[in-house]
Design a protein around this ligand. Structure first.
Ligand SMILES: C[S@@+](CC[C@H](N)C(=O)[O-])C[C@H]1O[C@@H](n2cnc3c(N)ncnc32)[C@H](O)[C@@H]1O
Length: 207
């Protein structure tokens, strides 16, 4: 899928569906918060949520006092929904509207968090482009927390095909320099009660 088609797909999703109508909606991003604690993130750590969409992770981070939070998504409508929800606190967050595969990072981050964005990149060239950005934007010693559908998770999301991963296959795809420090299966319940198996894999970046 080319970047332009991807963007119009997701803009369409976020302009036509409410939170409760998207399968990935979570009231509380508990596992992501646990994993941020696990990697030792502090209130001053720089954290980027890749493909953060309209997720409530940003609400939770800002409420907990995290001071250096960035949300990147290719959908302007998704970020607008998150900004509207958190109100004045939106000014405490850096918002980037961009396709991660063409993004040019200008800062480095202590933590790269991605829940359900990387798995949409089915084309090896897009995966390579994502990983190049990950390597540029994550500081040595920093952590990547990546949630994808698990090997026995759904084959599609939002009508798009995904690649399902184990921690091992994701590590292989990311390539050298990413040391697996944690892996867990997460059973996500969609707003309509269907269970989806996610794989959350956390890597320490040691280039
Ligand atoms: C399934 S949603 C997950 C949203 C959010 N991470 C969450 O957990 O609620 C996937 C998100 O990834 C974004 N996305 C998909 N491909 C992307 C890309 N190449 N670059 C940036 N964002 C992307 C979509 O716009 C969408 O917000």
């Amino acid at each position: 899928m080319i970047a332009k088609d991807r963007q119009s797909h997701w803009e369409n999703v976020y302009t036509t569906k409410s939170e409760a109508e998207v399968s990935w909606f979570q009231e509380t991003p508990a596992l992501s918060c646990d994993l941020l604690n696990f990697v030792g993130a502090t209130r001053t750590s720089s954290i980027i949520d890749i493909g953060g969409g309209a997720s409530r992770l940003v609400d939770s981070l800002v409420a907990q006092g995290y001071e250096n939070v960035t949300v990147l998504d290719l959908s302007e409508a998704a970020l607008a929904a998150a900004k509207a929800r958190i109100g004045d606190k939106k000014d405490q967050v850096t918002w980037i509207v961009c396709d991660v595969t063409i993004w040019e990072p200008v800062a480095t981050y202590d933590v790269w968090h991605d829940r359900a964005a990387f798995h949409f990149l089915t084309d090896p060239a897009d995966q390579t482009a994502y990983i190049a950005r990950l390597r540029l934007a994550l500081r040595p010693g920093g952590h990547a927390i990546i949630g994808t559908f698990a090997l026995n998770g759904p084959e599609k999301c939002s009508g798009l095909p995904v690649i399902r991963y184990s921690a091992e296959s994701l590590g292989k795809t990311l390539g050298p320099g990413f040391v697996l420090v944690d892996e867990r299966i997460n059973e996500h319940l969609t707003p309509w009660g269907a269970m989806q198996k996610f794989q959350f894999s956390t890597f320490r970046f040691t280039p």
